[in-house]
Design a protein around this ligand. Structure first.
Ligand SMILES: [Zn+2]
Length: 243
């Protein structure tokens, strides 16, 4: 399919289908329509089409965030945003630019100079804030039980691929909670850049399944291990039995 064949003009409004699943923030349906008001500046529409194609967008439905947007003729020139509506729950709002990838890349640059293969592992949450393993455990909300941290990738990071990792996690493991981690690979004297998520089951079969789930995102390589984190943030390694 060509880039433009999935964009169709409707009678009044111009709608766009991104060609990948976009999730309604209210009901999680993918039956979401993105559209431009007829008053939308055409020049800006191209810019937004590109951002949508590159998965650099967020669906915003909070009233306090959207009430001042798209007040045609009143709001600042060129500040208009595309709109979206969910055809299942009829919630809707505006499309905003995903600011996180930029923030994560900035955080990485900050620590890059000092992190070596002798450093302690570092972790960030999906809002580009540094987190401890204890925080990651607590956020999973398992009480006294341990959680398992699973890495999706371990190549040098490429911030252009961040959206792809996010989408993949939504599709494959149905989670929006992504972590970014740096792991000192003392054996190979290098730093691993990981995208990670947690699972609540410490069942061996389940973690074993997850470490082999993302080879296709990782140049065909399965993960070497998972980290089991207990309620105090202490961790141990569970090796991938298949390797
Ligand atoms: Zn919905």
């Amino acid at each position: 399919m060509s880039q433009d064949s999935h964009r169709r003009k409707k009678v009044q409004i111009c709608s766009t289908s991104p060609g990948y699943p976009v999730y309604c923030p209210k009901c999680n349906s993918t039956n979401v329509l993105i559209f431009y008001d007829p008053r939308f500046t055409p020049r800006l529409q191209t810019k937004w089409d590109n951002m949508i194609d590159e998965k650099r967008i967020l669906l915003e439905n909070r009233w306090e965030k959207i009430k001042n947007e798209n007040r045609w003729g009143k709001s600042e020139k060129d500040s208009e945003k595309p709109n979206w509506i969910c055809k299942d729950c009829y919630d809707g709002g505006i499309i905003v630019e995903q600011p996180i990838d930029k923030k994560i890349a900035e955080e990485f640059q900050k620590y890059e100079k000092t992190f070596t293969d002798n450093s302690q592992p570092l972790y960030w949450n999906g809002h580009a804030q540094k987190v401890t393993l204890k925080k990651i455990h607590d956020y999973a909300n398992t009480g006294e039980c341990s959680v398992v941290l699973i890495a999706v990738t371990r190549q040098p990071y490429n911030s252009d691929r961040f959206p792809e990792y996010r989408i993949s996690l939504q599709d494959v493991v149905k989670t929006d909670t992504i972590y970014y981690g740096w792991w000192p690979d003392t054996k190979n004297n290098k730093v691993e850049y990981d995208r990670l998520y947690t699972i609540n089951s410490t069942e061996k079969n389940e973690s074993q399944r997850h470490v082999n789930l993302h080879d296709y995102m990782n140049d065909g390589l399965a993960q070497k291990m998972a980290l089991i984190i207990d309620k105090d943030g202490k961790w141990h390694i569970q090796n991938n039995e298949k390797l």
